[in-house]
Design a protein around this ligand. Structure first.
Ligand SMILES: [Fe+2]
Length: 347
């Protein structure tokens, strides 16, 4: 039932009117608050706007008038319907207020039937407004979820290309997946915000996508690379950017993907970026990427032991890696990876 103990704020400077309204509302099973001037009404609205369902407000009051109560209410609590109580002399003013957001008006002397009708109509209107807002919010949430799911699917599809390339070479199998797993652990230790965490995971999965543009023979070549071959390999971060550029929603990840081989001291590639000019998430991926490369078997060497790999990471702090990223990685290693990767203990 709409009028099931709805709380109505009565604002009128005339005590008689307040009393009549209070009694009438009580008889109709409404709860009520009363204010004898605009000042008190604004105070009550500010304190009880969460529980006030509607306002009945006189226009002409000494000091702070009904005008100001209506202006305050419609500005700060637009969902609370305001019914203006007015004499015929102020009808024009009442209509102006309705144009500015008041719900409706009622002329004095009012009739009980008219009051009940207006109140119920105002409360129904409020309910409709609230339902509409709730529906819009749910709709926005659903659109957000659907967009996120779509983005996820696109990233998974694109990642599957790089996984396919990695699968062709037993030495790089699962590399991007592991880098993404290490990055997820880093995100926990670094307390990354949810959106940053997602960006990091996407970028980690996609960081080597540019290798699609490099020949398989070169990628899987056993033994050392010559200068030209190495220069070709070094083009993969930029190639990755070119491949992903058409996917608008990944645009903000491109500098991260392009920067995953930059060194903290500026000696990396492709742009020789230094320190904080390298995107933060790229600095995190750089450590995870190198750690996985060291602890995976290569065509030209066995995996390095965990002890040696960790020492290399420590030695690279401040030169190849951001010291903060190294510190976080060491924490990840001690808390999780050391036990998970115990099979790689020093040979
Ligand atoms: Fe890479």
């Amino acid at each position: 039932m709409l009028n099931d103990k709805k709380l109505i704020l009565i604002v009128d400077d005339e005590e008689d009117i307040r009393e009549i309204l209070s009694e009438t509302l009580e008889s109709m099973d409404f709860a009520h608050l009363t204010a004898c001037d605009g000042d008190e009404a604004i105070g009550l609205l500010d304190r009880h706007h969460d529980t006030i369902d509607a306002v009945i407000c006189d226009l002409k009051m000494p000091k702070v008038s009904g005008d100001q109560v209506i202006a305050h209410g419609t500005k700060h609590y637009p969902l609370i319907p305001i019914i203006i109580l007015t004499g015929f002399a102020q009808l024009d003013m009442a209509l102006d207020h309705i144009r500015l957001g008041a719900f409706d008006y009622m002329t004095k002397p009012f009739r009980v039937k008219e009051l009940l009708l207006l109140l119920n109509r105002s409360l129904e209107f409020r309910q409709l407004q609230e339902d509409k807002i709730a529906y819009q919010n749910t709709l926005e949430e659903r659109i957000e979820e659907a967009t996120q799911a779509l983005h996820n699917r696109v990233v998974q599809t694109v990642s599957s290309f790089i996984l396919a390339i990695e699968e062709k070479d037993r030495y790089t199998q699962g590399h991007s997946k592991r880098v993404a797993e290490y990055s997820a652990l880093m995100a926990d230790v670094l307390n990354l915000q949810e959106n940053e965490r997602l960006d990091l995971l996407y970028a980690a999965q996609l960081h080597d996508i540019g290798k699609i543009g490099i020949s398989e023979q070169l990628l899987n070549k056993p033994g050392k690379l010559n200068v030209v071959e190495y220069e070709t390999i070094k083009t993969h971060p930029h190639k990755g950017v070119k491949i992903l550029e058409p996917l608008d929603f990944l645009g903000h990840l491109l500098p991260i993907i392009e920067g995953h081989h930059e060194w903290f001291d500026g000696n990396g590639y492709p742009n020789g970026l230094k320190g904080e000019n390298i995107p933060y998430l790229a600095r995190i991926i750089a450590v995870c990427d190198t750690f996985d490369a060291m602890t995976s078997e290569r065509s030209y060497r066995k995996p390095l032991s965990l002890k040696i790999a960790i020492q290399e990471i420590k030695d690279g702090s401040g030169s190849q890696f951001d010291p903060q990223a190294v510190e976080a990685f060491l924490k990840v290693f001690e808390e999780t990876l050391a036990t998970q990767m115990a099979h790689l203990v020093a040979s």
